[in-house]
Design a protein around this ligand. Structure first.
Ligand SMILES: [Zn+2]
Ligand SMILES: [Zn+2]
Length: 106
């Protein structure tokens, strides 16, 4: 099964069947797997869905202007928990966000 990876340096996203931790765009090895993204961003104020917006404070219940995720501490700690500030769980939201981006690129 293909996994989705994201380069933390240039923001490039790519799907690959083999494990691949080198960015095909800039060559960086600063790569996260989208499935593990909830964990990668734990404890940071960075939006855990798009990784592109930084909330002013932690657990602000602010809404990310990039992807629409509402910053909910409980849902970040329990990435499979549905029905917090966001109707979908964090992992569902992440998957939906990247699927949508892929469709728009086609
Ligand atoms: Zn890159
Ligand atoms: Zn976001």
């Amino acid at each position: 099964m293909a996994k989705t990876y994201k380069c933390q340096d240039c923001g490039y996203q790519y799907r690959q069947c083999l494990e691949s931790y080198v960015c095909p765009c800039c060559g960086s090895e600063n790569i996260i797997e989208i499935e593990n993204q909830a964990e990668a961003f734990r404890g940071l104020n960075i939006c855990p869905v798009c990784g592109e917006y930084v909330f002013e404070k932690e657990n602000s219940f602010e809404i990310c202007p990039v992807c629409g995720w509402e910053d909910d501490r409980l849902q970040k700690l329990n990435p499979d928990m549905e029905g917090g500030a966001n109707k979908l769980s964090l992992n569902q939201y992440i998957r939906k966000y990247y699927e949508k981006e892929e469709r728009e690129e086609e």
